[in-house]
Design a protein around this ligand. Structure first.
Ligand SMILES: Nc1ncnc2c1ncn2[C@@H]1O[C@H](COP(=O)(O)OP(=O)(O)OP(=O)(O)O)[C@@H](O)[C@H]1O
Ligand SMILES: [Mg+2]
Length: 300
């Protein structure tokens, strides 16, 4: 049985058609009667232009089975910082030597913040829409998206080291208090507990990325740069254990041959989508296009 919800991620080089193909598959799924949520994870938010209407954090119902929402990264960055602030204040309330305010002041400039914020948004969405059949993610171009997927795994390496360090510090602390006071007061180490909880959480996220709930749809065009980038994406994802589920070649002319792509991605089923003169804008045009192309669009 397929895990629910199925999470479809449309990834690829800038401009290849991630937004268009994620919209197409969402419309196709919804028309087939599946409860579908389309999520724009790219700060450029092209779904507004595709559906010719405004979207925001609040999901908007645009068809019987289709809702669309945008992830507002500023909102999630703020939430991430606020959560971190609350956690740190709680954990370190007795450690007055530590100047927390200074720490908060630099935290907002910490690298990787946008990716952590996206990950936080992702967790909330999956939790909030756990009864949906499909959640389709329209992702940002390659760099940000690769960092997003590798974040749980990188964070785990970092957290495991911190936990080791904290364990060593704590052992020392106990020795000191034994010498000084003569008896050890058994107290829990809140920092260690928090690190443990974070490790559990990122492990869970990483495992989710590797599970059969996730379908990565790699979109490309039939040109050298787009193919080279697609190949690098596959390598980078494979290094963290994530496999490409679907390969989409978009914007093909009639009878255009794709031997270079076939050679590289030949072991996978390749879905071919024709170029439409003038582009594809509007819900009605997306539907028309879906009627034109084959029934088995992405096997959805
Ligand atoms: N099959 C197609 N036929 C014609 N035009 C297309 C097709 N697919 C996409 N386009 C056009 O190509 C451009 C890029 O498409 P789209 O915005 O979907 O790509 P993207 O990968 O999401 O881009 P970005 O990386 O900027 O988010 C748009 O102008 C879109 O209308
Ligand atoms: Mg896009």
């Amino acid at each position: 049985m397929m895990s629910r919800p199925q999470l479809l991620f449309f990834i690829g080089k800038g401009g290849v058609g991630k937004s268009t193909t994620s919209a197409l598959s969402s419309v196709r799924l919804a028309d087939a009667g599946h409860q579908t949520l389309l999520v724009s994870m790219d700060p450029a938010h092209n779904q507004r232009d595709l559906f010719e209407q405004d979207f925001g954090e609040k999901p908007k119902k645009i068809d019987a089975h289709l809702m669309v929402k945008e992830v507002d990264s500023d909102f999630w960055i703020e939430k991430y910082l606020k959560d971190a602030q609350t956690q740190i204040t709680k954990t370190y309330q007795y450690e007055s030597a530590f100047n927390l305010q200074n720490y908060f002041n630099v935290l907002q400039f910490s690298p990787g913040l946008e990716e952590y914020a996206l990950l936080l948004a992702f967790e909330h969405i999956v939790h909030r829409f756990e009864n949906h059949e499909y959640i389709v993610f329209d992702m940002a171009p390659t760099a940000l998206t690769l960092r997003f997927f590798s974040l749980p795994f990188i964070t785990l390496i970092w957290l495991e080291e911190l936990l080791k360090l904290r364990t060593r510090i704590y052992e020392k602390k106990e020795i000191i208090s034994k010498i000084k006071i003569g008896k050890i007061e058994i107290e829990q180490d809140k920092v260690k507990d928090k690190l443990g909880a974070l490790i559990q959480n990122y492990n869970h996220l990483g495992q989710h990325f590797l599970s059969d709930a996730v379908q990565i749809c790699l979109v490309m065009n039939n040109d050298t740069l787009s193919l080279s980038e697609a190949r690098r994406i596959r390598e980078k994802l494979s290094a963290i254990g994530i496999t490409i589920k679907k390969v989409v070649v978009n914007k093909l002319c009639q009878d255009e041959e794709t031997s270079a792509i076939d050679k590289v991605f030949g072991d996978q089923e390749i879905f071919r989508l024709p170029l439409v003169p003038g582009g594809l804008v509007g819900h009605a045009r997306l539907k028309e296009y879906l009627d034109l192309i084959s029934e088995d669009f992405l096997d959805l």
